[in-house]
Design a protein. Sequence first.
Length: 393
Amino acid sequence: MRTSTRQVAACLVALLPLSLFAVYAPIPEQEQGKALSFRLGASVYHDSNIFGASTGEIDSVVYKVSGGIAYNGSLTDQTFLSASYGVDYDHFVDRPSRKNLTSHAFALRLAHAFSKTSNLDLSDRYMISKNPQSLLAGLPLNADQSFKLNEFNARLVTTVGQKTGLAFKYRNLSMAYDTATLAALLDRRENLLGLEASFALLPVTKLVGEYRYLDIAYDTAGNTKDKQSHFLLAGVDYNPAQEVTLSGRAGFEDRTRKGAPDTTAPYLEFSARYAYAEGSFFSGGAAYAIEEPSDTTRFTDSKVPRLFANVQHRLSGPVTFSGSATFEPSRLQGRRPQADLDETVLRFGLALSWVPNKNWLVTGTYDRDRIDSDDNSRDQERDRYGLSARFSF
């Protein structure tokens, strides 16, 4: 997998719907123990469908050079700061038009503990993606899908009693595509507010009730594409042992659409993780949510059930196998007179990583994407396999 050079555990978060709040990842192992760290990397891989086209696919060998810098350190006994910057330079052997693409990623996180029971976590990430990992379905051949994305998250957690806690959450997401056609269709801002109340029923069991409000505002034709949603959810977090974690939320979403009928739909998110040995675990779950489509002209949104699973198994001290898969039998909600369409998305990836020492990481990867739609122009098949090496210091 192209993402498997990071810990596959991150896929558990990445595969959940965007309406979930971000979960802040721990410091990567190769960045631990020092405030400032650097990384250099190189890879080569083959991509069978570099534009995600349904017909006339173009394949290419891609050479990548990457670099990055990260800072992780405590400003005070109660305040932690993390900042990073990464750059990727991709050279496509057989890409029409531009063969060289440069992408950038910035991240900043500030965490502060007011007391033992109250803390604030702020984070922001900004991406300039010229070679998107997941390609949009249904676009004309050779369409440039480059975009800029900024996501800001805030989470304030406190307690109001021995067993009762409150969490206030906020997320702002801004999406901007480079090409004018895609920008008119998809450029938007999303604001998500949440209030969560929890009660510790048992030392290992926490009951949760949550309200969320989501506002989606498009830059163009908002009078037909904008929407607001109210969520009411109940759930449980269960942690019977250090190796086992289960979390679930269930409820409903009441969505008001501009220029289209309103809708109410169930909402579900469930995840589980079992660490059965050092460096080895299973994780997976299920979700159901309403998400934004890649074609806002014909569809209002998409109702997406999702199943996902991850595995990481340490074969020996320096060698680790990992894999992830997601299955989405979604239903696109058509604007009148467009009928609803069924669409099934399957993505999975495999990786074998070798860590000979704390500085080096060598990984072989394979990814498979498949979209099967009632609309043949949205079908997509894509295979990527390659080899990468990274040096951190």
